[in-house]
Design a protein around this ligand. Structure first.
Ligand code: ZN
Length: 269
């Protein structure tokens, strides 16, 4: 019995050491193979410039964005795009409804809008609607008044028009013509008399609106950093209804409304 055990041990050792040798041999073979492979990989990577790699990456990301677009159409009522270069069709029949404070909005956004404000109120913020639907005639009045104010401050006509255009859409080009836009600040801010200025974003209420707006289908229409795309300076108080799924997508990809519409068109939607 004892002999058999020893023999078995010797055999095992032989097998183990044999295996070891074989392993070493195959290891160096695979190392060589790996080195050859890595040389091949390195040389093919070297053929792409950093710019080319970046282009490929951007193309892939862009395609992923297109693939993820919701099943909507640019002709949907809540995606109506109005800006200085795409003026509203003045014959459009809008289903407007009057809010308790007398302002008009599109009746299709009333429920979401009121739910949003009710939620804000629960969070401790009393929001005040400062402006909503505006007729083209009223926009013309606001536009002319703004120019006049600058002229009164001794700016030239050219300067007055330019400064007005930064904040006020030209009549026909205002999103307020759609009934889908609301200008809002909280009641405390309103009392300060500072009005609609970018610095309203220093208030907690504004941050709350931003954090919750897409749940109710709204976006901040003229965000900071998108002035080139929208053609309008940053407005911390102007919100636009686009519906929940559009709003969520726009927020996720940090798009301006113009960029979003462009993307939908590109996808043939
Ligand atoms: Zn506005």
């Amino acid at each position: 019995m004892k002999h058999k055990k020893i023999l078995a041990s010797v055999l095992m050792l032989g097998l183990i050491s044999g295996c070891g040798i074989m392993d070493q041999a195959s290891l160096s073979e695979s190392q060589e193979a790996a080195e050859t492979k890595s040389t091949t990989v390195t040389s093919s990577v070297e053929q792409l410039t950093p710019e080319e790699e970046q282009q490929i990456k951007e193309k892939e990301e862009h395609q992923a964005m297109l693939d993820e677009l919701p099943g909507v159409s640019v002709s949907d009522w809540n995606l109506l795009l109005v800006n200085n270069s795409q003026q509203i069709d003045r014959t459009l029949d809008l289903p407007l409804t009057t809010l308790p404070n007398g302002y008009l909005i599109d009746e299709r956004i009333k429920e979401d809008y009121e739910n949003w404000l009710a939620k804000a109120s629960q969070a401790g913020y009393e929001m005040v609607l400062v402006s909503s639907y505006r007729s083209v005639d009223l926009q013309q009045k606001n536009y002319d008044n703004s120019i006049q104010r600058y002229l009164d401050q001794n700016y030239t006509q050219e300067e007055a028009v330019k400064m007005t255009k930064d904040y006020i859409a030209i009549p026909g080009g205002s999103e307020h013509h759609t009934g889908l836009a609301v200008d809002m600040v909280d009641s405390d801010w309103l009392k300060t008399g500072k009005g609609l200025i970018p610095e309203y974003d220093t208030q907690d209420s504004q941050q709350w609106l931003l954090d919750n707006m897409t749940d109710y289908g709204f976006i901040l229409r003229f965000p900071q950093g998108k002035e080139k795309e929208t053609g309008i300076q940053y407005e911390s108080w102007h919100f636009r209804y686009v519906g929940v799924e559009n709003a969520k997508y726009i927020e996720k990809y940090n798009l301006s409304f113009e960029e979003y519409i462009q993307l939908l068109k590109e996808a043939g939607k």
